[in-house]
Design a protein around this ligand. Structure first.
Ligand code: SAH
Ligand code: SF4
Length: 384
């Protein structure tokens, strides 16, 4: 299979260029075209000699994703459905740091990225696992979600900037970023909370994040990248040994095995004590970089007797707890508890001196399937 150019690191390209007797700086020029100028075609790389462009075209693919659908909400949160070369669909959610209300511009964005088509982990409450697992995303498909969304953003900003002036004049959204030149980024934060279990696609994820983090790549700070996992303990330890300060979000959703076993099959493989031991290790290596995610599901994990064990885990890991009201999924019998009960659960944790945030769905017009992504992403953004 042909390698895609977006799966290649600077070192790999320099090695290849060396074999072609091309000067090493050409590799940096090429990467600059992809990650800073965000071009989508070889012919746009005008400072590369034509014969080199032809060689690259013959040797590598440079695939883009087709936009199958974009759903926007009034507060500018948008869900993208990208179609991959094998026609699989993956979704991304784009969230502005400051919603672009009238009179403001939004120049910072978080993107929620998918890592697999479907998911094999089958958590009982989750829409992503409903259709089972199809395949891992390749490096270029993970990197491509960021690049293609940025290209979309830049185009939107251009359209906005070209609009004839109206009365009163609307500020051009994101125009400042676009004209900010080479160093500006349209996406500043990543949350790996889309479809799939990121740590089950470990090698591709890590290489993609290396490219997205690198100074020669997309330049997104490691501390601005949050990886969410359902609790693959060995991979959490492995991640702790990597030279990156990624943030970790652990989808705990129950503080005892009795309950976690019922809603997350992964718990039978890596029960709570094994998961928390792996988190201990991550926390020791990386500092305070763990968040515990806890969806409140009515009658399942929202009883007050979960508070003390949850608080114990949070204290031990110096972790904060994100409470999320369950977002009902069509076809599943689960529901969120009442607001009163959600508040009681949150204040119960606060009484135990746990740092806690409670998030309810804001509404909006993106359909419910992605509501979970949006909620989680907004939280990760807030917790920064
Ligand atoms: N597989 C990873 C990352 C993707 S899921 C993980 O499980 O962490 C991202 C988050 O959305 C997880 O915390 C997951 O438990 C949560 N989630 C799944 N379905 C949800 C729903 N219907 N409502 C709210 N959150 C949900
Ligand atoms: Fe997979 Fe995460 Fe959904 Fe569980 S919650 S089924 S691990 S995507």
């Amino acid at each position: 299979m042909t390698l895609d150019i977006k799966s290649q690191t600077l070192e790999e390209l320099q090695r290849q260029f060396g074999e072609w007797q091309q000067p090493g700086y050409r590799a940096a020029q090429l990467l600059d075209w992809i990650y800073t100028r965000r071009v989508g075609d070889w012919d746009e790389m005008t400072n590369l000699p034509k014969n080199l462009r032809e060689k690259l075209r013959a040797e590598y693919s440079f695939q883009s994703m087709d936009l199958a659908q974009v759903q926007g909400s009034r507060d500018s949160t948008r869900k993208f459905l990208w179609r991959l070369s094998d026609h699989s669909l993956v979704e991304c959610v784009l969230i502005p740091a400051n919603p672009a209300f009238y009179g403001e511009t939004s120049d910072r964005h978080t993107l929620c990225v998918s890592t697999q088509v479907g998911c094999a982990y089958g958590c009982k409450f989750c829409a992503s696992g409903l259709d089972g697992f199809k395949r891992n995303l390749r490096v270029e498909e993970i990197v491509g979600q960021v690049l293609t969304t940025e290209r979309w953003l830049a185009q939107e900003a251009k359209k906005e900037a070209e609009k004839p002036a109206t009365e009163p004049p609307e500020p051009p959204q994101e125009a400042a970023v676009v004209s900010g030149g080479a160093e500006s980024r349209l996406i500043n934060n990543l949350v790996i909370m889309g479809m799939g279990e990121p740590l089950a696609n470990y090698e591709n994820l890590l290489k993609a994040l290396k490219i997205l983090n690198a100074p020669w790549g997309a330049k997104i700070g490691a501390r601005k990248i949050t990886i969410s996992t359902s609790g693959l303990a060995p991979q959490i330890r492995k991640l702790a040994d990597e030279p990156y300060q990624f943030r970790l979000a652990v989808s705990l959703h129950a503080a005892t095995n009795a309950i976690r076993d019922k809603i997350m099959p992964v718990n039978r493989k890596y029960p709570v004590h094994e998961l928390t031991a792996a988190c201990d290790y991550y926390q020791e290596r990386k500092g305070r970089m763990i968040t515990l995610e806890y969806i409140l599901i009515a009658g399942i994990n929202d009883a007050m007797d979960q508070i003390k064990p949850l608080a114990r885990i949070a204290h031990r890991l110096h972790a904060k707890v994100n409470l999320i009201a369950y977002n009902p999924v069509e076809g599943l019998p689960w529901n969120r508890p009442t607001d009163v009960l959600q508040d009681a659960f949150a204040s119960g944790l606060e009484k135990e001196q746990v740092t806690v945030t409670l998030r309810r769905e804001k509404g909006g017009d993106i359909d419910a399937a992605c509501g979970q992504l949006r909620l989680k992403t907004e939280q990760a953004e807030k917790n920064r």
